[in-house]
Design a protein around this ligand. Structure first.
Ligand SMILES: CC(=O)SCCNC(=O)CCNC(=O)[C@H](O)C(C)(C)COP(=O)(O)OP(=O)(O)OC[C@H]1O[C@@H](n2cnc3c(N)ncnc32)[C@H](O)[C@@H]1OP(=O)(O)O
Ligand SMILES: N[C@@H](CCO)C(=O)O
Length: 392
């Protein structure tokens, strides 16, 4: 295992880097919230083709106990990373309300692992990584699925000495990854927590994803995916993020928050001359901001790779359909949806619950903002998770 050297892994990738501690921990020493990477070997891919050498980046918190029963895998969403919770003195993580000392996923009791998705740009092998000849994969990076990432993650588990997870949990695409773990490795998942996603990507979810992928592909700087070392497709990636972000938030939230107001002194109606010079509505400025933030931290090819992996999400594929696929799982499931989610509708979590063996309730996260409630309001699940999953 190596401590992550982003310069070697990301090549000339724009954005996508997170400054983290790089000092190697002494063997066996606990070091919370520090990005490391490990090689997991060559990977044959579900859709064909192979990656000759795969590395997965990950962070850990806490310590694996002697009988290996306290390991927890937390799976990030589409543009998420491995930083679920605060490490030693650094910035908070994206599920800070859930993970940490004394929190529902108590890092004094559990050994928590978070891995960057295969195809990503936070340290795992992805399109911006260097191929064996030292050239960024770019357009040659193969199509990977959620299942491919889960199979690579299983090898990471082997290397960490984790035979079975006490729990695998995730929201949105992280939930898809958690569900795939339970279906692919029934013996290795005791609890599976799936938040704000259903059993498969629906036609509408695929449709929204296609628009995002095309926004990037049609950027003149995309160059078929081989843009490293040159201008990058920031306009396309920014447009993709705008499309996505609208779907992450609810219509009432946008309306209440921004209404028809202009941004600051900008007036969207009284344009001075050319239409392109008109002022912006507040909501346009907000989306501009969300787009700018993403293009500064994410690689466009990774966005495509992971989005297409999420389009492939279908736990029943090749397993005789949903019910038969889920009948083979052995995990205890904990499902939750966000009541205002207009991307992964609560009904899709209900459908997943019905297809699972036994009676599985769907917990409801009460949020006004929509899908992103699985990030901002995750604390609402803390009590139920302590009672049902994290009982140590
Ligand atoms: C599970 C995962 O791994 S995902 C990883 C975490 N996800 C991300 O980081 C994705 C990007 N971020 C997000 O999706 C969201 O910010 C969340 C869900 C994390 C948090 O949501 P919220 O707290 O509701 O933040 P919100 O959507 O309101 O955005 C606030 C930002 O918009 C800016 N903003 C608000 N109004 C305007 C406006 N009119 N014009 C310009 N910018 C504006 C704020 O200044 C703030 O900027 P900052 O983030 O740079 O501080
Ligand atoms: N904000 C989340 C939403 C997708 O679930 C992300 O960027 O990954």
């Amino acid at each position: 295992m190596t401590i992550l050297d982003r310069s070697a892994i990301d090549g000339a990738a724009p954005g996508g880097s997170r400054e983290r501690t790089t000092a190697a921990p002494a063997s066996g020493t606990r070091q919370d919230g520090v990005v490391r990477a490990t090689a997991v070997g060559a990977l044959q891919l579900e859709a064909g083709g192979a990656l000759p050498e795969v590395e997965l980046a990950y962070e850990t918190w806490g310590t694996l106990n002697a009988d290996g029963t306290n390991a927890v895998l937390i799976q990030h969403a589409l543009t998420g990373d491995t930083h679920v919770a605060q490490g030693e003195g650094d910035e908070p993580g994206w599920w800070e309300a859930l993970v940490g000392p004394g929190k529902p996923v108590d890092t004094e009791k559990y050994f928590v692992v978070a891995a960057n998705m295969l195809g990503g740009c936070y340290g795992s092998t992805g399109p911006s990584s260097l191929d064996p000849e030292g050239v960024p994969w770019g357009s040659r990076f193969p199509f990977v699925t959620i299942r491919d990432s889960v199979r690579a993650e299983a090898r990471l588990a082997d290397r960490l000495g984790v035979r079975a997870w006490h729990a695998v949990l995730g929201g949105s695409m992280g939930g898809a990854r958690a569900l795939e773990w339970a279906a692919t490795y029934p013996e290795r998942v005791r609890h599976c927590v799936v938040v704000a996603i259903g059993a498969y990507s629906t036609a509408e979810q695929i449709a929204l994803a296609q628009a995002q992928v095309l926004a990037i592909r049609q950027d003149p700087h995309f160059n078929g995916g081989d843009y490293y070392g040159g201008p990058t497709p920031v306009a396309g990636l920014g447009l993709a993020r705008r499309i996505a972000h609208i779907s992450y938030r609810s219509e009432p939230e946008l309306n209440f928050r921004f209404g028809r107001r202009g941004q600051g002194a900008e007036n969207p109606i009284e344009a001075p001359g050319h239409a392109a010079e008109r002022g912006r509505y507040q909501v346009e400025s907000y989306l501009d901001h969300q787009a700018a933030k993403l293009v500064n931290r994410f690689d466009a090819n990774s966005y495509i790779a992971i989005t297409e992996a999420l389009m492939s999400h279908d736990v029943g594929r090749g397993r005789g359909g949903l019910v038969r696929a889920l009948a083979k799982t052995k995990a205890e499931f904990f499902l939750a949806s966000v009541n205002s989610d207009r991307l992964y509708f609560p009904e899709q979590s209900d459908e997943l619950a019905r297809a699972l063996p036994g009676e599985v309730p769907v917990h409801s996260i009460d949020a006004k903002i929509g899908h992103d409630g699985f990030l901002t309001e995750i604390g609402q699940l803390g009590g139920e998770l302590r009672r049902k999953v994290f009982t140590l």
